[in-house]
Design a protein around this ligand. Structure first.
Ligand code: SF4
Length: 368
């Protein structure tokens, strides 16, 4: 059974009615359990649970300490290119947007890598837009080989690929895959992706599984919060997706990111506002549902919120971030994908993590 079969089991679930019917007693009953069913997880996403965050946070904190200690792993994104053939209505790289487009050469990449490596970081996330003819699999592979000289972990956040392409990149030094479904609501997905290769909902939905089958060490899933009018819907399905992968591929480290929409070039407005409190509730619920998954909070969120979320289930954070191509060595932000909220450097993030009694981790693995 694939993940789409699992998803279809919930086609008849009236999620709004389920969430509205949850009581404080239901939430207490779920908090008393060791392992949760999917509907228990949904219970923790309810409005009733939002009023009980203190009790939920205590449990999430205890689970996080047991599985991860007091650590926050650090990484930074590196944009290789911003060419894109898609028209995702919520993204600044949308092919219709008149922004400057560029792609790093091998020499420019080396310069970026040297600047990032000088901060001490060992984990990197490389990104491109979705333009397979421009940012080819071979180009991404060649970039990964260069980056392997500087970093011990290289993750990709690029277009959906076949298993064979992921296997090729794994041989080039890539060990992690991040790919967001954006929304699990198929009809909404088709509305938001009117043209381009990303419009293939099913190919994207199965990409994380192909990454697991290709031997990726980490696979990170997520949805872009704010696209769905009921934010709990995508939060619920993201949790199910992570649980499905973790159960089926126990040798792979599964992780979740809960990105919220940020200001960008273009006029698209979110369908729902996911408040700070909602985001905290979501991370707590994910931690209690999935004890072992990594949870990443990016610089889409403010410094204050990220600091406050450290003890609540988060395991990974970005630092020294730019969303522009070549942005680690240039002040030119004209190629940026979106505005960030937390501009702190790697040093500043380390001090913030330590001041919360946590340990910043630069490296947790060494490739053979
Ligand atoms: S979200 Fe990705 S695929 Fe869509 S427009 Fe932006 S860069 Fe392109």
């Amino acid at each position: 059974m694939g993940f789409s079969d699992l998803l279809s089991k919930y086609d008849t679930l009236d999620m709004a009615a389920y969430l509205a019917a949850v009581t404080a007693a239901d939430v207490e009953r779920v908090l008393a359990k060791h392992s949760l069913t999917p509907l228990d997880y949904l219970t923790l996403l309810s409005p009733a649970a939002e009023g009980m965050l203190e009790a939920i946070a205590q449990k999430a904190n205890a689970i996080t300490l047991r599985h991860f200690g007091k650590t926050i792993q650090l990484f930074t994104p590196l944009y290789l290119a911003n060419y894109c053939t898609n028209q995702c209505v919520y993204c600044g790289f949308n092919t219709e947007n008149r922004i400057k487009r560029s792609q790093l050469s091998a020499d420019e990449l080396r310069t970026e890598a040297e600047a990032i490596a000088a901060t001490g970081l060992k984990h990197i996330l490389i990104l491109t837009g979705d333009a397979p003819a421009k940012s080819t699999v071979e180009y991404i592979g060649d970039c990964s080989k260069i980056l392997s000289e500087f970093f011990t972990s290289i993750s990709i956040e690029v277009y959906a690929m076949t298993q064979e392409e992921y296997e090729y990149l794994e041989k080039c030094g890539v060990d992690g895959l991040t790919i967001y479904q954006e929304t699990y609501n198929k009809s909404l997905y088709l509305e938001l992706h009117p043209k381009g290769p990303k419009r293939d909902y099913d190919f994207r939905l199965d990409a994380p599984e192909r990454g697991c089958q290709a031997g990726m060490r980490t696979v990170n899933v997520g949805a872009l919060l704010g696209l769905e009018s009921v934010w709990q819907r995508d939060a619920f399905y993201t949790g199910l997706h992570a649980e499905y992968l973790q159960r089926k591929y126990p040798a792979t480290n599964i992780a979740i990111s809960p990105p919220r929409m940020r200001p960008h070039v273009g006029a698209y407005e979110p369908a729902s506002i996911v408040t700070d409190r909602n985001l905290v509730q979501l991370v707590l619920a994910q931690r209690i549902f999935l004890h072992n998954v990594g949870i990443t909070i990016s610089t889409r969120e403010s410094a204050e919120l990220r600091d406050n979320m450290m003890p609540l289930g988060v395991t990974k954070m970005s630092a020294g971030v730019t969303t522009a191509v070549g942005g680690h060595t240039s002040d030119d932000e004209s190629t940026a994908q979106f505005d960030i909220s937390d501009p702190r450097s790697v040093d500043e993030m380390c001090r913030a993590i330590e001041s919360k009694g946590f340990q910043p981790v630069f490296k947790d693995w060494q490739p053979f």
